[in-house]
Design a protein. Structure first.
Length: 333
């Protein structure tokens, strides 16, 4: 399968081109950039045959059957709709769009056109999270009572652009990281948050957008979820904890792009380190996407998953802005 990249982005350069090329018979043949020189240079650096500044030209290429969209967030919707109309399969970055109703439109368009559409939520592909889910489902910690998510990091300097100064481009830590945490919690509990309360602030990096947020979510099962996302903490490390009636799973450094971290299981017998697989997260996601295009199974995170993670983030934003408890609205999906 030949791919077109929509966006000459950091994530494409650092993770996704390699993940695409790691799939048998898959290659990247064109990159779209709004800036001709950046596109040319990006194509040269990554040995991509050509670059273009025209979305129509990329989509008109009959050799390209799939696109990966990793532009700034406000561009995802129009680019995805155009790609879907051209009959391309779409792997789209999170958040799928700026508003839930826009994401619903994208997913419905893909369904109507009969193309595969997926959201690039990487964490559910991590060996650590696959192991945590297995532990939960096997009953090792009994009934789940609470989840705590620690995902406050220091935003690398090379990413301190639109994420910290442009609400119009979908900046802010809620759009950037809460979506991942919502997807990860949904993946583990297989249920969708009902309502949320939240507080945000702009501590040091955010210019007109929040760089820190803490929130509480209630789940249909009664499980309570506590999350902390941020761009300003240099030394906190990340973590994911699941507490149950028979035991607790305490995972450290697992809210990351790399296959690292540690999982400890604590129960009445004591504390035990749990081993897990350390495959590349993005390669696994790509593999499932390619299989889905061939008619085998579903992508790791579907379009519906992307709508739901965005819905939770949108509710967190509303709750933080208003000081009110906000019900999560999933756009009817
Ligand atoms: P970047 O800022 O690297 O790229 C976004 C856009 O910025 C590009 O499409 C490019 O525009 C433009 N751009 C890139 N470099 C420059 C530059 N030097 N000067 C001016 N403009 C530039 O964003 P990210 O790669 O961090 O994020 C892209 C998308 O991917 C976002 O939606 C984000 O949420 C998502 N993401 C997802 C991750 C995941 O793990 N799933 C991880 C990181 C990001 P053009 O294409 O027009 O050249």
């Amino acid at each position: 399968m030949k791919w077109g990249l929509i966006g000459a982005s950091t994530i494409a350069a650092q993770h996704m081109i390699g993940a695409i090329r790691a799939q048998d018979g898959n290659d990247v043949v064109c990159v779209l950039s709004s800036d001709d020189a950046r596109g040319v240079s990006f194509a040269k650096t990554h040995e991509i045959a050509r670059s273009t500044t025209s979305l129509d030209a990329l989509l008109a290429d009959p050799d390209i059957s799939a696109v990966y969209i990793s532009t700034t967030n406000e561009k995802h919707k129009p680019q995805a709709l155009a790609a879907i109309a051209a009959g391309k399969h779409v792997l789209c970055e999170k958040p799928l769009a700026l508003r839930v109703e826009d994401a619903v439109e994208m997913v419905e368009a893909a369904r109507a056109r009969g193309v595969t559409f997926a959201t690039n939520h990487h964490l559910r592909n991590a060996g650590s999270h696959l192991k945590i889910k297995e532990l939960i489902q096997s009953g090792r910690i009994g009934d789940v009572q609470a989840i705590r998510v620690f995902h406050a990091v220091y935003l690398p300097e090379n990413l301190q652009g639109w994420r910290i100064n442009s609400a119009a481009a979908g900046g802010g830590v809620i759009a950037d990281i809460v979506v991942h945490d919502a997807d990860t919690v949904r993946f583990h509990l297989q249920e969708d948050p009902i309502d949320v309360v939240a507080m945000e602030r702009s501590e040091s990096l955010g210019q007109g957008v929040e760089d820190t947020v803490m929130s509480l979510w209630t789940m249909p099962s009664g499980v309570m979820v506590q999350t902390h996302e941020g761009f300003t903490l240099r030394h906190a490390g990340t973590g994911f904890e699941v507490h149950g009636t028979k035991g607790s799973i305490v995972a450290r450094d697992v809210m990351t792009q790399r296959p690292i971290g540690e999982i400890t299981l604590r129960d009445s017998e004591g504390s035990q380190k749990i081993e897990f697989e350390t495959h590349n997260l993005y390669q696994r996601s790509l593999g499932l996407f390619v299989d889905a295009v061939k008619g085998n199974g579903e992508p790791s995170a579907t379009g519906i998953d992307g709508i739901k993670s965005l819905a939770v983030a949108q509710a967190v934003k509303q709750a933080a802005s208003s000081g009110q408890r906000v019900r999560v609205m999933y756009g009817g999906v």
